[in-house]
Structure formats: C-alpha cells, structure tokens
Design a protein around this ligand. Structure first.
Ligand SMILES: [Zn+2]
Length: 149
C-alpha cells in the first residue's frame, strides 16, 4: 500500500487522471519527488494551497514574490467524510473510502483520501502525515495517514 518510505507498484490507473495543468505542474512534480509543496510568499513567509496571491500585502506582477516550496507534509485531521458510492467505476473496489480535510502545520488546508486506519469519531485534531502513491503513468497521488497509532 502506501507509505512515506517506499511504494509498491499499485494496479494500473483506471480512474480519471489528475487535473495537471500549467498552474499545478510544479506541485505535481513535487509529489513525484515525495515533496508536498506549498505556494510560499517570499515577502512575508505566508504559505498557500492552492496558488493564490498573498493576502497580507501588495504582490509583484505575475506573482514574482511567490514560489512553490517544500512543506513538512504534516498536519492534523480537520474534518473527514465517508464515501459509500463510487462516482466512477475505477473507485468501486475502494468504497467506502475516507476523504480528509487536513490542516497542515504550515497553515493551509488540503484534502486527500486517508490510507491506513480509517478515521473515526474523535479523530479530528489527531496528527497525520502525507503518504505518496507513485504511478507508472507518471504521477503521484497524495494521501494522508495517522501518525503514531
Ligand atoms: Zn506575503
């Protein structure tokens, strides 16, 4: 399955592909290197996901004061929901799956499916970290897993 150390080859990808475009290519390239990148302001240090202009001051044209920088990949479970229905046939063998909203240690909220132990009532606020699922099709899918239990 998925871990932060090594990843076994998953089955062939049979789901809709990730939406990788010119604005997110560098983010997805970071995932392939097992780095969770956050859009970072060089003026004040604020971090964002997804891309945004820094809300704390004026920005340089074309967001020249911002770039993608590595994060800790750690945070806490902010909320989650359980999906019992597969909206695409590629997910039918994975239901129910757990979709988490994670508050990263750096501040931004980001969402991904949980792997490992599924969340339960009382898990909101518990520590999680990113887990990477590499695909030979050329992309890496981020997940989150609990830390320390
Ligand atoms: Zn800023």
């Amino acid at each position: 399955m998925t871990t932060t150390e090594t990843t076994e080859a998953p089955p062939a990808w049979n789901k809709p592909p990730p939406n990788i475009d010119k604005d997110s290519r560098e983010f997805w390239d970071g995932l392939a290197r097992h780095e969770l990148l956050l859009w970072t302001c060089h003026t004040c240090g604020a971090q964002y996901w997804p891309k945004a202009y820094c809300i704390k001051h004026e920005n340089e044209p074309w967001a020249a004061n911002l770039s993608w920088q590595p994060s800790s990949g750690r945070g806490k479970l902010f909320a989650y929901n359980v999906h019992h229905w597969a909206f695409h046939p590629g997910f039918k063998d994975e239901v129910p799956y757990y979709y988490a909203l994670v508050e990263l240690d750096e501040g931004p909220l980001i969402s991904a499916t949980m792997v490992g132990r599924p969340p339960a009532a009382g898990d909101v606020g518990k520590a999680v970290r990113i887990a990477y699922e590499d695909h030979p099709e050329g992309f890496t899918i981020p997940h989150f897993e609990f830390v320390g239990d």
